[in-house]
Design a protein around this ligand. Structure first.
Ligand code: SF4
Ligand code: SF4
Ligand code: SF4
Length: 182
């Protein structure tokens, strides 16, 4: 009886180890690819690509569901590095997602701000500080210029101005790999 239990236990452990090994060998490393693509995106989090942020867009590209030319903040250069990473041909930016603009930053006219906090709720990167009924301020170094705080402001006191120093997203030269392309 003891021998049978020992043999059964050894068999289960052996099968488990085999499945673990096969899982590691056979599962497509899409998470890693998503991260590599995400590292090349501007992190503006503006949703112009049609996805709620850079990482969801990166995941859609990794899964072959989105094309590489849907990110206006990344511009033609962004398309080029994505194409190099994925080993596909670069293509023009898809204008239906918007135009590439110079780097911008939000600026709040603090005299007109009524402290409603709606802009704080809209900002995807927590670049606005303020409290209810108090003036709000943009932390310039954190603002990506995504423009998402503009529409909710009831008194239209947020402007976008050209950034004094260009926002340069992290963009390592990619090591080409071949995957499905949309
Ligand atoms: S358009 Fe570009 S910067 Fe904006 S969320 Fe999509 S990937 Fe990020
Ligand atoms: S402050 Fe406005 S423009 Fe800047 S990141 Fe936040 S929502 Fe975008
Ligand atoms: S949405 Fe406009 S009024 Fe409201 S807190 Fe922000 S800047 Fe001020």
């Amino acid at each position: 009886m003891l021998i049978a239990i020992s043999v059964l236990t050894a068999l289960v452990l052996f099968l488990g180890a085999g499945l673990l090994w096969a899982g590691k060998r056979l599962t497509p490393d899409e998470t890693s690819l998503t991260e590599q693509i995400n590292d090349l995106l501007p992190q503006t989090q503006c949703a112009q690509c049609g996805y709620p942020g850079c990482r969801p867009y990166a995941q859609a590209i990794a899964e072959g569901e989105a094309d590489i030319n849907q990110c206006p903040p990344g511009g033609e250069e962004g398309v080029r590095v994505l194409a190099a990473l994925l080993g596909v041909e670069a293509k023009p930016l898809d204008a239906s997602h918007g135009e590439h603009k110079p780097p911008i930053v939000a600026l709040i006219d603090e005299d007109r701000c009524i402290g409603c906090t709606l802009c704080i709720q809209a900002c995807p990167v927590d670049a606005i500080i303020g409290a209810p009924r108090l003036m709000h301020t943009v932390i310039e170094s954190e603002c990506t210029g995504c423009e998402l705080c503009l529409p909710p402001c009831p008194v239209d006191c947020i402007d976008l101005v050209e950034r004094p120093q260009a926002y340069v997203p992290p963009r390592p030269e990619p090591i080409p790999i071949r995957v499905r392309a949309a």
